[in-house]
Design a protein around this ligand. Sequence first.
Ligand code: IMP
Length: 178
Amino acid sequence: MFVPQEVERILFTKEEISAQVKRIGAELTRDYKGKEPLFLCVLKGASVFFADLIREVEIPVRIDFLRASSYVGTDSSGTVTLETSTIPDVKDRDVLIVEDIVDTARTLSLLKTEISGRGARSVHTACLLDKPSRRVVKDFKADYTGMEIEDLFVVGYGLDCGQEFRNLPYIGIYKSVS
Ligand code: IMP
């Protein structure tokens, strides 16, 4: 298995991730039954999680993508850049925003406000990972969460450091190598 030297330790294996994705998929199938929700993927980090998650949902769904970013290297810049031109029409839709990780929660809370303001019928959030100790937007909690982690910088399964490591099939703790 490919483990680059920047990966200090594997935190979640492919199998552990898959079990959580299946669980969230089953919860979404139950909660959105009778609706045709719009699942919105926050690029690029959530792309791998999103692709796996939608295939665990056993009701009709629509999908779309938008772009947002806030991290520079391993640090939150404090400013979320949201490419508003990438936000699709959400009017009267039941929207689920799918994110890779909630850290300060600036990104998801901004997106929730933005999507609600555009006339969505309902807006909920899903994330694979959650770092509650890093919150800046106090009390923010995604409606669906995979695993809670400590204050660690992680890569793999879509998560990057400087655009690298997104293709790793597991989630690993990142260490700088110089
Ligand atoms: P927030 O707005 O601070 O909650 O940041 C969310 C975004 O920061 C995520 O979508 C990721 O792109 C990035 N991020 C936060 N923590 C990590 C990490 O440990 N590894 C890789 N990206 C991260």
